[in-house]
Design a protein. Structure first.
Length: 160
């Protein structure tokens, strides 16, 4: 099965590259040190520190493989090519939850993007709200199909 293209902002791509570099250099080294220290505690068959370090190593290597595979399929979103007023990856969207009459603001990111330290909460393009918003314009009301039930939101503002 072919991997689908992952749309991502340039900022998200850089963050993912930095995470991968950190995992491969700093984290791998830290875990190797933990394993080395745990081996010094004696019998490995009853050594919980060793087991924990090996489990941490397995999780780290799985994350590295996942990121490397994702990076093969990333397409950077060219913000200049996005029509103004249309929700896309990288958009900041102010919405109105019609049922609760509550205004919310989100930054729409790729599902592969790690959350960043922005003031605006991020939602992914694969989340029910993110999926419903993609491709719509300011002023439109869209129906969100969520596990807890369907609801409507109105797009108040779109920024890039």
């Amino acid at each position: 099965m072919a991997q689908e293209t992952i749309m991502m902002t340039a900022e998200g791509y850089e963050n993912l590259k930095q995470e991968l570099e950190e995992l491969k250099t700093v984290k791998r080294s830290q875990i190797a040190d933990k394993i080395k220290t745990a081996r010094g505690f004696g019998d490995l068959s009853e050594n919980s520190e060793y087991d924990e370090a090996k489990n941490e190593q397995a999780q780290l290597e799985a994350r590295i493989l996942l990121i490397e595979e994702q990076m093969k399929h990333i397409k950077i979103v060219d913000r200049d090519a996005i029509p103004k007023g249309i929700v896309s990856i990288g958009s900041i969207v102010k919405i109105l939850d019609i049922k609760y009459d509550e205004e919310l603001e989100y930054r729409l990111v790729s599902s592969a993007e790690s959350s960043s330290d922005n003031e605006i909460p991020a939602i992914t393009d694969k989340s029910p709200v993110g999926e419903a918003l993609l491709g719509h314009k300011e002023g439109e009301t869209v129906e969100v199909h969520a596990p807890a039930g369907n609801f409507n939101i109105k797009i108040l503002e779109i920024r890039t």
